[in-house]
Structures are given as structure tokens and as C-alpha cells.
Ligand binder design. Structure first.
Ligand code: ZN
Length: 95
């Protein structure tokens, strides 16, 4: 489990919000039972993996990013720093 108080950085606006803020805002967008069931909490490391194909809404700029594009910042925990971090713009430049 990842702590809800770590800072998560948006690839679009480069601002940070706590993992809990990202998580709760995105969960609030799940409008039906199927979406709620499919929702993967950001506290799970797999939320940051490409294959999970999860999307989260930025509490600052309200754009959506893949979990794999988010990065955890302001921590010395190497395990957390390894998660996510795919470039946001790289999506369509390289395809
Ligand atoms: Zn943002």
C-alpha cells in the first residue's frame, strides 16, 4: 500500500496534489456500480502500471492521465520513485 499523503505530480500541469486527493476526486467521477468496481485505488502499486490501463483526474488542472504517467515526488523512497513517470506527451509523439 502507498501512503495517501505522498505527493503525486501531474504530467500536464506539473503541479502536485496528495495521492488521496487524486484518488478521491477520480473515485467521485465513478457514476455507476461497474465503474466503482473497476476503479483501482491509487494506494495500490498496480495503479501506476501501464497494463492496468487506469486513468486519474488531476485535482489542479482536471486533465486525465494514465496511472503510469503520474509520478510520486518529494519522497526518498526508491520504491515509490520507480513507479509511473511515463512522459505525458510521449504518447502520440512515438506512435
Ligand atoms: Zn494537472
Amino acid at each position: 500500500m502507498i501512503d495517501r499523503h505522498v505527493d503525486v505530480k501531474c504530467g500536464w500541469c506539473a503541479k502536485t496534489a496528495t495521492l488521496g486527493e487524486w484518488n478521491d476526486l477520480t473515485y467521485s467521477r465513478c457514476t455507476n456500480r461497474e465503474m466503482k468496481r473497476a476503479f483501482i485505488n491509487l494506494t495500490a502499486e498496480k495503479a501506476f502500471m501501464r497494463k492496468s490501463d487506469t486513468f486519474y483526474e488531476c485535482p489542479n488542472c482536471h486533465k486525465w492521465s494514465r496511472g503510469s504517467q503520474l509520478s510520486i515526488v518529494n519522497t526518498n523512497d526508491a520504491r515509490l520513485l520507480r513507479l509511473g513517470g511515463e512522459p505525458t506527451m510521449g504518447n502520440y509523439v512515438n506512435t
